[in-house]
Design a protein around this ligand. Structure first.
Ligand SMILES: C[S@@+](CC[C@H](N)C(=O)[O-])C[C@H]1O[C@@H](n2cnc3c(N)ncnc32)[C@H](O)[C@@H]1O
Length: 205
């Protein structure tokens, strides 16, 4: 078992098989909110306010990899109201469902995101296509879920930025003419360890 309170250590941000990823987050679910709040988790509000500058707040948003619902709460603070959530870790998802933030939540799997292409004009992936969570090759299929004009708002923390596979997945999508980067900004991610993140907004072409 992963020792609680010890999860936010450098070993979190590493590649691991999907079943281990689920085990890490299943074990962390009960203390996740408290742990990341104590560390000063800044990316959710940065991403939500960036998105609000580019998207109509009455549009439905999918919080992909919603975890316990921290991203949904930030989207609410930024004025988004129609928010659905999905995650592959049932224990994290239960917290999100209980938060009352989401219209609908469902348990997805790495092979089946559980929603139809074109259903959401906005998808958020906050710390999800990320070292220690979903692999870089999740990005292409996620982009494929958007219709032209749809937005994908995501974040890459510093360890993820240093792992070439995520940069390459983004470059591949841009160079193939699938998306254009309409916003990208580096800023604070976890205050207490001085970690940063890029908030990135992509528009589907
Ligand atoms: C660092 S947490 C972020 C959770 C939430 N977005 C937040 O910012 O608090 C990463 C989440 O991604 C989920 N996850 C990992 N791989 C995934 C995948 N392929 N599809 C959906 N969710 C995934 C994990 O279960 C975990 O809840």
């Amino acid at each position: 078992m992963t020792k609680k309170k010890d999860v936010l250590r450098p070993a979190l941000w590493t590649r691991r098989p999907v079943q281990e990823t689920i085990a890490v987050y299943a074990d962390w679910a009960d203390s996740y909110d408290e742990d990341v709040a104590a560390r000063g988790y800044r990316t959710p509000d940065r991403l939500a306010s960036a998105l609000a500058a580019y998207a109509s707040r009455d549009l439905p948003v999918l919080d992909f990899g919603c975890g316990t619902g921290i991203g949904g709460a930030a989207l609410r603070r930024a004025g988004f109201e129609a928010i659905d959530g999905t995650d592959i870790t049932a224990q994290m998802l239960e917290k999100a469902a209980a938060s009352g933030i989401y219209r609908e939540t469902w348990h997805s799997s790495p092979d089946d995101m559980g929603f139809a292409a074109g259903k959401y004009p906005i998808i958020v992936a906050l710390g999800v296509v990320s070292l220690g969570a979903a692999p870089a090759d999740t990005l292409g299929p996620l982009i494929g879920k958007l219709n032209a004009g749809g937005l994908l708002a995501l974040s890459f923390n510093d360890p993820t930025l240093q792992d070439q596979s995520y940069a390459e997945a983004l470059d591949t999508a841009v160079n193939a003419g699938r998306v254009t980067v309409i916003f990208r900004e580096h800023g604070p991610h976890l205050d207490d360890i001085g970690m940063g993140s890029d908030v990135i907004i992509l528009r589907r072409l």
